[in-house]
Design a protein. Structure first.
Length: 104
């Protein structure tokens, strides 16, 4: 029972340090252009790293997830909104899995 409290204390400490250290260590505005651009893209990269594997693994077959991902990226590249991309990607997964079910 004591182990769980130790685990929770360590987790809370690490979480607190991650949030507290930038505030304490960086007191003035960041002027380095490379560092600013790097920090600008960190949230997007983090979201992508968490989202892309889930897109592939959330379907019954990775092929339908990959095809839906490609369709979604192409539609977004050409300016389609979030709702259209989501509907098209879901439809592609449905169609590809339906076709695969009857071909196999």
């Amino acid at each position: 029972m004591l182990k769980i409290y130790i685990y929770i204390l360590i987790m809370a400490s690490v979480t607190y340090l991650i949030r507290m250290l930038p505030i304490v260590l960086i007191r003035r505005q960041i002027k380095n252009r490379f560092l600013k651009s790097f920090l600008y893209y960190v949230p997007y990269v983090t979201l992508s790293v968490m989202t892309f594997p889930a897109i592939i693994e959330a379907t019954q077959s990775p092929v339908s997830g990959a095809i839906a991902l490609i369709v979604g990226v192409v539609l977004a590249w050409f300016g389609a909104g979030l709702f259209k991309v989501a509907i098209a990607s879901c439809s592609v997964v449905f169609i590809v899995e339906f076709v695969m079910m009857y071909l196999i």
